[in-house]
Design a protein around this ligand. Structure first.
Ligand SMILES: [Zn+2]
Length: 88
């Protein structure tokens, strides 16, 4: 299931992944919304993931500059962890 927010009333909506791109009616206000490709994490969790990805990418860029293999691996692990978090 994909979870997303209604643009009209900010209510939480959900639809099966097979309905991506199709219109889904909000159960609260009745507005029709296109189903996005992936769930939109809400609030604080979203911010944490964004910071993780950001710091992971920053570490990766720094590691590439320094040509430090260990730092590159650590940075990639951080990016992978953030990606896994985003999927939940
Ligand atoms: Zn709504």
């Amino acid at each position: 299931m994909i979870q997303f927010k209604c643009r009209a009333c900010a209510g939480t909506m959900q639809a099966p992944a097979s309905r991506v791109g199709a219109g889904e009616k909000c159960p609260i206000c009745g507005a029709t919304m296109a189903v996005p490709e992936s769930s939109v994490p809400i609030g604080r969790a979203m911010l944490c993931v964004a910071m993780l990805v950001g710091s992971g990418l920053f570490a990766f860029v720094m590691a590439m500059r320094e040509q430090n293999l260990a730092a590159i691996i650590v940075a990639q692990l951080g990016i992978i962890a953030a990606t896994l978090l985003l999927r939940h």
